[in-house]
Design a protein around this ligand. Structure first.
Ligand code: ZN
Length: 219
């Protein structure tokens, strides 16, 4: 695992410096992995709002956009990333999964931030649909990798892999591996502050891509 991780890191760092952008389209054609990233909420639905006013819909969109940027600068990974929304607009949950089905997604990840009435609640949760399907095993593995990678690399407390009937997961589980991740609590003062830092946003995006790469390597 460590070796795979370092290979990914070396690729990532070297391509930022040396990979000419015009080679991108040629490289991704073979073994392309289609990743659909779903930044939760949007438009009139802000999602959770932090005690200092940070909105979930904005935090998750920043992470999703960064994932595209990173994947474009390391094309040898073969990741082709699509977002369910590219701007501050509200898309229905059903349209989000319809898009993933139309694109024949290899992986679907829905990005969220948590909120609790308990200001001390903190940490990361990764959810998988509680409906069993052929995609369950890979979804659980994917969720496990995400919470492992983010807790190890970013120091977020892992609250574990959980099962739930979130609509986007229910509609996805029969088609492609899918995970919904709650990236910390905006109701927690420290985590909200941490999530408002751009460097941390970049690290989250990068760690999620590493987790995807690692879970694909188990296939
Ligand atoms: Zn949410």
């Amino acid at each position: 695992m460590e070796l795979r991780k370092s290979i990914f890191s070396i690729f990532f760092l070297s391509t930022i410096a040396f990979f000419p952008i015009e080679n991108y389209s040629q490289t991704v054609e073979k073994d392309q992995i289609t990743i659909v990233v779903d930044p939760g909420h949007g438009g009139s639905d802000p999602g959770a709002i932090g005690i200092n006013g940070n909105k979930e819909k904005e935090v998750v969109l920043k992470i999703a956009r960064k994932m595209i940027e990173i994947s474009k600068s390391s094309p040898e990974n073969g990741f082709k990333i699509y977002l369910t929304r590219y701007k501050d607009s509200l898309i229905s949950l059903n349209d989000r999964t319809k898009l993933a089905k139309a694109l024949k997604a290899d992986v679907f990840i829905s990005l969220h931030c948590n909120h609790s009435n308990n200001p001390n609640a903190h940490g990361l949760e990764a959810y998988v649909s509680n409906i069993r399907s052929q995609q369950s095993k890979e979804s659980i593995l994917f969720a496990y990798q995400i919470q492992k990678e983010l807790s190890k690399e970013l120091g977020l407390k892992s609250r574990g892999v959980k099962f739930s009937n979130f609509q986007v997961l229910q509609e996805s589980i029969g088609f492609y591996p899918s995970v919904l991740v709650e990236l910390g609590f905006l109701s927690n003062w420290e985590e909200e502050k941490w999530l408002s830092n751009l460097e941390n946003i970049n690290q989250i995006a990068y760690s999620i891509l590493v987790a995807i790469r690692e879970s694909l390597d188990f296939r």
